[in-house]
Design a protein around this ligand. Sequence first.
Ligand SMILES: Cc1cc2nc3c(=O)[nH]c(=O)nc-3n(C[C@H](O)[C@H](O)[C@H](O)COP(=O)(O)OP(=O)(O)OC[C@H]3O[C@@H](n4cnc5c(N)ncnc54)[C@H](O)[C@@H]3O)c2cc1C
Length: 366
Amino acid sequence: MPAKNWGNRPWTIEFHAKPQPLPRAVDFAVVGGGFTGLAASAWLKRLAPENSVALLEAGHFGDGASGHTGGMALAESAVGDLPGLGDVLSGYTKILRQLNVNSELQLPGVYELGRSKPLPHSPIRWKDSGELCAVKEVPGGTINPGKVVSGLAAAADRLGVQLFENAGVESFDAGEPLRLHVARSTLLAKKALFATNAFGLELTGWTQRAEACFTIAVATKEISDSARNAMGLGEGKPFYTVDLPYLWGRLLGKQIIFGSGLVHFAGWHEMHALDIAQGEAAELFARLESRIRSLHPALCEIEFTHRWGGPICITRDWRPVFELHPKSPHAVVLGGFSGHGVAQSVYLGAWSAEVLLGKRGLPSWK
Ligand SMILES: Cc1cc2nc3c(=O)[nH]c(=O)nc-3n(C[C@H](O)[C@H](O)[C@H](O)COP(=O)(O)OP(=O)(O)OC[C@H]3O[C@@H](n4cnc5c(N)ncnc54)[C@H](O)[C@@H]3O)c2cc1C
């Protein structure tokens, strides 16, 4: 299989697990080292330090969506509020604070952009299949994804989670205890969380419930303050469109990140071989870059320093999946945030730890 090339991201993930042998048994196993799994494992240890917790990541922390995300922290879910969901952004802020994660979280609000009914004071007026303007302002903001992945992993490590990279779970047997098969070893666990998102859909039983797609982003060269102000981005508010064609973006220092577009697959395994320099992904980048250059005169000759993409797990009804594993009452599955997971992953990751500890129930969002 050709090696994957998902491009270069404008941040780095500093934290790596120290190599150590897999234990024979733990109280809790967490599978997947993205925002969800990292937050859940750290929260488990924070609430119940007497329990042993192992986090198993197939590659490196942040290898999935979390390390490749756009990093817009949004309220609610992809379908809005859900029964009992609570305040995602304030929960997210508290969890990051309690885990001492330096996230560079800023919550100035987010502009929803559209091609009709602009806000009277819309600072944004761009050319993009009509005039694209701010039509509404909603709560939210941005994080630095590299810092959040690294900070959550460091918090988990500090709290005593046993962290494993290059430890992909190939299959598991439901029973008491659960048996997780990792390369040539088997880890026994009383309870487990599967936070594998767009990968391993057979492992979570999501083959009929979710689609694994690939979505892309680019970062511009640094732009001047005057150009940024002329574009209407002086307030530092990220944005996304509420009509089509879709476009989202945010500032990262003096750079602007934009993203749009999906590559579909016959099966999630194909994503491992995707090369952003070839085929459909390369065409998406060419279209996105030409579109950005036409948005505003300040961007007409802009160059791009970073091009990357990552997986996105879109569920049939666009709601997150947060429930018991179909094969075991001792395992929980959580993910499928449908492109809206930056804040939800951590917020619900902490909630899932409380479920595994018997301190809280699961929601009912089917
Ligand atoms: C380009 C892009 C832009 C995005 N922009 C935004 C945004 O601005 N705002 C927003 O809210 N959301 C956004 N998202 C979505 C958001 O990033 C995700 O919802 C979130 O990161 C999901 O986190 P996660 O931990 O559930 O999944 P992931 O980060 O995908 O983590 C899953 C982990 O599980 C590991 N794994 C898989 N299988 C196994 C196995 N068998 N054994 C062990 N480990 C395994 C993977 O290697 C991976 O590290 C974006 C996504 C992309 C790709």
